[in-house]
Design a binder for this molecule. Structure first.
Ligand SMILES: [Zn+2]
Length: 441
């Protein structure tokens, strides 16, 4: 294959790693200078920092991090209206309004200028191109995107690639499946939850999903553990690609055709992978780390050393696809979901991985943690896909209990419920509930 068809931007994607680092540091200095000059937030935060002094990664480490809470504090009740002290351009230059989903609290409002929006779209062009999206594709997006950014980015980027884009909002699931068939869609942008739901709905209509001709799918909005990704690939007979990112910094890593780990989108971003204890030390390859992300070209909402709280495993510095960017081996969870239960570190992704990988007979599930007296109790409520005989149900719960114990070091209280009992989520699933902080009257 020629370079032109392998890469969206052959020059950028094959830069030697030393060169990537130089470009990142240069652009970080520029971004710090810009942010200090144009936002109240960074002027205050970086008052003792001179951009020219940032020469090495050790210098980068001296910059204070930005936490999600800082963003809220800089917006609520602050001028200029709506975006507050984080706005990096004049209010007249803002062309698009986005916001975070607010899953972890008050949403953050995110302004885009035309220039900053184009920067985000360009990052997404890389993501889609790596996932094999091309001019010939008809890309169906089965959502109304509202004020949430990922599918807008995917929409604009697919258009820029030359694909045909079909927005699938304001339809129900059956309407969407009909539309996909009508236009012979070849690609999907989806959440993992809805990807499964859509395939199941197709089956209920008597359609074998792989016959629909979907060849590739990029997922957004939720974690995508390997077992769930494989499940989607089997359901659709398609290649399924993961990426990671957020509304604040943009998408910053994504899968290439090898589908082994994710490439950091360098040099658009500088991503530090730091130890989870005190976030001071760069981890070695193979270790778990928290990702701290600086977006290096977006002026409307400067994001420098943003603590994503995403837990990733550091990967290699090269790949079979020929791209030279740093990789991450896997996305392992979120710091705000990483919790201690009876002294054991636990992340709900581990349960999803186990259920999707080993228990195909289980459909929906929910995990909840409660405090009973002085002890924490963790429960798994699960729903078999079909009604089960009593003995089969008991056998399932014995094996499930053992496998959960081995995978998480915790003893779960198992609560099977009848098929169709648990809520169905379409966009983003909420399958984990930690109720230990809730006072009961
Ligand atoms: Zn690769």
């Amino acid at each position: 294959m020629s370079q032109a068809s392998t890469y969206w931007n052959p020059f950028v994607e094959t830069l030697p790693p030393e060169k990537i680092r130089q470009v990142q540091l240069k652009n970080l200095r520029r971004m710090v200078a810009y942010a200090k000059q144009h936002t109240v937030f960074y002027r205050e935060k970086y008052r003792h920092i001179e951009p020219e002094d940032i020469r090495s990664m050790a210098d980068v480490r001296q910059l204070p991090m930005v936490e999600k809470e800082d963003l809220r504090m800089a917006q609520v009740g602050k001028e200029p209206f709506l975006f507050g002290e984080l706005l990096g351009v004049s209010p007249e230059e803002v062309s698009d309004f986005r916001q975070t989903s607010g899953t972890t609290g008050t949403p953050v409002y995110v302004p885009e200028s035309r220039e900053s929006w184009q920067w985000r779209v360009e990052v997404w062009c890389h993501i889609l191109w790596m996932a094999g999206f091309r001019e010939v594709d008809r890309v169906f997006i089965p959502f109304g995107y509202n004020v949430y950014v990922a599918f807008w980015e995917g929409h604009y980027a697919a258009e820029k690639l030359g694909c045909m884009v079909i927005p699938g909002g304001a339809l129900d699931t059956i309407g969407r499946l009909n539309k996909m068939q009508e236009v012979r869609a070849t690609a999907l942008l989806n959440t993992p939850t809805y990807g499964v739901h859509l395939a199941e709905a197709a089956k209920n209509m008597g359609i074998h999903p792989p016959d629909m001709g979907i060849r590739r799918m990029v997922c957004a909005g939720e974690p995508l553990p390997p077992a769930t990704r494989h499940k989607l690939e089997t359901l659709w007979g398609a290649e399924v690609y993961d990426h990671i990112g957020g509304t604040e910094p943009c998408a910053w890593a994504a899968m290439c055709g090898q589908r082994q780990g994710l490439h950091i989108m360098e040099p658009f971003f500088l991503v530090e992978m730091l130890d989870m204890e005190n976030q001071q030390r760069d981890v070695a390859q193979g270790e778990l780390a928290v990702a701290v992300v600086s977006a290096l070209g977006r002026r409307s909402f400067p994001m420098i050393r943003f603590n994503t709280k995403d837990i990733v495993r550091k990967g290699s510095n090269g790949c079979g696809c020929g791209r030279t960017s740093q990789k991450i081996e896997e996305v392992a969870g979120r710091m705000d979901h990483l919790t201690k239960i009876r002294g054991v570190l636990f992340t709900p992704v581990a349960v999803e991985e186990l259920l999707r990988g080993e228990f195909p007979q289980i459909g929906e599930y929910e995990i909840s943690v409660e405090r009973k007296g002085t002890l924490d109790e963790i429960s798994l409520i699960y729903e078999p896909l079909e009604e089960m005989e009593q003995t089969a149900g008991q056998e399932l719960s014995v094996i499930l209990s053992e496998r959960l114990k081995i995978k998480t070091n915790l003893t779960f209280r198992l609560l099977p419920v009848r098929p169709g009992t648990l809520p169905r989520y379409k966009l983003k699933a909420k399958r984990y509930k930690d109720m230990r902080g809730i006072q009961r009257g």
